[in-house]
Write a protein that binds this ligand. Structure first.
Ligand SMILES: Cc1cc2nc3c(=O)[nH]c(=O)nc-3n(C[C@H](O)[C@H](O)[C@H](O)COP(=O)(O)OP(=O)(O)OC[C@H]3O[C@@H](n4cnc5c(N)ncnc54)[C@H](O)[C@@H]3O)c2cc1C
Length: 544
């Protein structure tokens, strides 16, 4: 019997769209079912303040989306454009600021205002991150083999992994182990002495993490943020024109152009199975959609504990999914402003400052303190924020003279995902705005509208269970072959024909598109193997 769809994809986030574009490009009849009325998931641009303003609701800066995906899917023809990220600017309450310009000589001069030793160390630090990132970056694209399995195909996968690691010598192996298992604080304290530099650099170790800079494993997160190549430059980041939603729109356009169908307002209630194989999906309104291959890109707890009957899955698999850690305590704040902030330390308009990345984090201890508050069950007294004002260089986002500001902030208690405290969340957002007001007096008075998205809204509205921004914490115990369950990091699942390709699998964690592309490789390989088995059976029958 011919089914209407070769593949149904659950979730129209960027990974679902990448998978759809590649699958349809290979001639497979592909349908995407997205629950919301807009595609993009956590990579979405919306209009909470009316049509005049566009905010990048959650994610805001791109790096990890490989240049090869941009090329393969011709995303530039579909409107994909990235403005290079400007330098870091960290204004301080004492009236000083730290800037990290891209030009090495200028950067050295800026850092030396805080510490001559740090100015000397910075290039070494940067080179070390590039050296270690060069090992890890290509690994991000691999489909992890089943470590420990003795089956011939899995042994081949393990051998290929060893082949990939052949360039890792003894020194590099130890340096990598120390970095990825250690804390960003250990690393930064080895290189730098000034609070200012330690503060700014530690942010990339704790983004999206339920962990402060002194927690083991935050070294890895820092490295994860150094392996992208926005626009083809290693380690570079950039702001997409139109916000991150424009990336998703370009992916959706590429998928449609290749022949995929994308349905929004199509929430999947169940994934159906028969005799251990997937048979399709059922939407919340009861509509049944048959397909022999289903790819789920939603959080693994939704896929395996809600859309399937956990009782029909292997017990140890279900136990892994239940214990999958998915906390963050992140709060995204989006603002509309009637003017640009005037920084006390740098009062004039400067495209490198206003169009760069503004960091409210004066020291590593500040950030650790913010985490310890949340770990103790209360919202941070002094939250840190990673801030950008994309309307400075992107005129599509706000009316002339007005601006939109995106503030990525941490932390509130992760338990607010299930038990929100709206009043406290509001007071937390007030404190973030006050913190900006201290370094840019009058800022609070420039806010026309504000949107505060805490863990509960991330979970309920965007499907980010536990409020974790990556569908799961990027900790050592949830890496590579352990992502998200033992024996299933190869994007397959215990159900035949059901695959996973959301942020929780290897290659995910950020707007990378890698799970979406890798799942297509896996599906095509499995289809080839099935065709080969069928052909062999037919020829045996003919011979008998
Ligand atoms: C506040 C915040 C800031 C971030 N900042 C950055 C950043 O600057 N740069 C970066 O690279 N990454 C960032 N990230 C992480 C990044 O956005 C995510 O890792 C990535 O977008 C996840 O993509 P995905 O396609 O795997 O999943 P999702 O984007 O979560 O997509 C899954 C989709 O499935 C849909 N869905 C859920 N349930 C159902 C159902 N029952 N039926 C049908 N559809 C369903 C959802 O609506 C969603 O559209 C950030 C995330 C957050 C939350």
């Amino acid at each position: 019997m011919t089914l209407p769809w070769d593949v149904v994809i659950v979730g129209g986030g960027h990974n679902g769209l990448v998978a759809a574009a590649y699958l349809a490009g290979k001639g497979l009849r592909t349908l995407v079912c997205e629950r919301r009325d807009v595609v993009g998931g956590a990579a979405v641009s919306e209009h909470p303040f009316g049509p005049q303003y566009t905010v990048t609701s959650l994610s805001y800066v791109v790096s990890l989306l490989p240049a090869s995906i941009v090329r393969d899917l011709r995303l530039r023809e579909h409107g994909f454009h990235v403005y290079p990220q400007g330098p870091y600017f960290a204004p301080r309450a004492d009236g000083r600021y730290l800037r990290l310009p891209h030009d090495p000589a200028e950067r050295r001069e800026q850092i030396a205002r805080f510490s001559a030793r740090d100015a000397d160390s910075y290039e070494r630090y940067d080179a070390e991150m590039a050296r270690l990132g060069a090992v890890l970056g290509p690994l991000l694209h691999q489909i992890p083999p089943r470590l420990g399995s003795r089956r011939p195909g899995d042994l081949l996968g393990q051998a290929m992994l060893l082949h990939h690691l052949r360039k890792v010598d003894t020194r590099l192996a130890v340096d990598l182990t120390r970095l990825i298992s250690g804390s960003i604080a250990d690393l930064l304290e080895e290189y730098f002495e000034s609070d200012a530099l330690r503060g700014v650099l530690s942010v990339s170790g704790v983004i999206g993490m339920w962990a402060g800079p002194r927690s083991p494993g935050t070294g890895y997160v820092t490295l994860h943020h150094h392996v992208g190549d926005a626009g083809g430059t290693p380690g570079a980041w950039g702001f997409p024109r139109g916000g991150m939603g424009a990336v998703s729109e370009a992916l959706a356009a590429a998928a449609r152009a290749a022949g995929a169908r994308i349905r929004t307002r199509a929430p999947v209630a169940r994934i159906t199975t028969r005799a251990g194989r997937v048979t399709g999906v059922v939407l919340e309104d009861g509509e049944e959609i048959a397909s022999g291959t289903v790819v789920s890109t939603v959080h693994p707890r939704i896929t395996f504990l809600s859309m399937l009957d956990p009782g029909a899955l292997p017990g140890d698999f279900v136990a892994d999914i239940r214990r999958w850690r998915s906390r963050s305590g992140t709060v995204k704040i989006n603002l509309a402003l009637d003017r640009l902030p005037v920084f006390a330390s740098h009062p004039g308009f400067d495209p490198q400052v206003h169009g760069g990345t503004i960091v409210l984090a004066e020291s590593l201890d500040d950030i650790e303190g913010a985490f310890q508050d949340a770990a103790a069950g209360r919202a941070s007294e002094l939250p840190f924020a990673d801030v950008c004002i994309p309307s400075v260089f992107d005129d599509s986002l706000a009316p002339p003279g007005r601006h939109v500001m995106s503030l990525f902030t941490q932390w509130v208690p992760h338990t607010w995902a299930d038990a929100p405290d709206e009043a406290e969340l509001g007071r937390y957002a007030d404190r973030v705005i006050e913190r900006m007001d201290v370094v840019a007096p009058g800022f609070a008075g420039s806010v026309l509208h504000r949107q505060v998205i805490g863990p509960h809204q991330m979970q309920r509205e965007y499907g980010l269970i536990g409020g974790n921004i990556f569908h799961g914490e990027l900790t050592m115990g949830q890496m590579f072959h352990a992502r998200p369950a033992a024996g299933y990091a190869d994007l397959r699942t215990p159900v035949g024909g059901l695959y996973q390709a959301g942020s929780s699998v290897h290659g995910g964690g950020g707007v990378t598109g890698i799970p979406g592309r890798n799942v297509v490789r896996q599906i095509l390989a499995d289809r080839r193997a099935a065709r080969w088995r069928r052909a062999r059976l037919t020829s045996r029958r003919a011979a008998a």
